[in-house]
Design a protein around this ligand. Structure first.
Ligand code: BEZ
Length: 187
């Protein structure tokens, strides 16, 4: 199942006239920056939390056996830490293709420290997209991730790479670390 959002995203021209702007990554963009960027800085956004609630039929799973990747859900009290990249607008074309399975561009305030926030961009998969899987018991999500593979590799590697990158950055994310522990604990 694919919900190709790339054409929709191309019509979102908000930053087109900017020389550069900030893209906030909260998932694979943290550890897989395979696009040109001008600088990167640890950053966070308020009011959102990271969840393995988006299906991956094209990268970390298949249409018959989708994997699970992260999206953001609203939580007024939450803070989501990630990595911000200052990029030129033309880089978005490449990212729109990479993140086309249900993710739409959205604007958010991106914080670098307590005083400083800039308007930045995220890729967001909301619950009305066709690839959205939503919440499930953590054990079930871990089992699904453990068994899923796609053209970009195993879903397990996606989760463990993200968990490791967050630890390296000094970020505590209980949802991610609990899932990673479920995958790596001895049977
Ligand atoms: C991210 O790391 O922010 C991200 C990666 C893939 C899809 C959406 C977001």
């Amino acid at each position: 199942m694919t919900f190709d959002t790339s054409q929709h995203n191309l019509r979102m021209t908000h930053f087109d006239r900017h020389d550069s702007f900030w893209l906030f990554g909260y998932g694979s963009l943290i550890w897989k920056a395979d696009f040109p960027f001008l600088e990167r800085r640890p950053a966070w956004i308020h009011g959102w939390c990271r969840r393995f609630w988006q299906g991956s039929h094209d990268h970390r799973g298949t249409p018959d056996a989708p994997g699970r990747v992260v999206t953001l859900t609203r939580d007024p009290y939450a803070r989501c830490d990630g990595m911000a990249y200052r990029i030129r607008p033309e880089v978005l074309t490449q990212l729109d293709m990479r993140e086309k399975n249900g993710y739409l561009r959205a604007l958010v305030p991106v914080h670098f420290d307590a005083e400083q926030a800039v308007e930045g961009l995220i890729y967001l998969a909301t619950e009305d997209n066709a690839a959205f899987l939503g919440e499930a018991p953590l054990q079930d999500m871990a089992a699904q991730i453990a068994g899923a593979h796609g053209p970009s590799g195993s879903n397990r590697d996606y989760l463990l790479n993200l968990a490791e990158a967050l630890v390296r950055q000094g970020v505590q994310d209980q949802h991610v670390s609990t899932l990673a522990a479920l995958l790596t604990k001895p049977a």
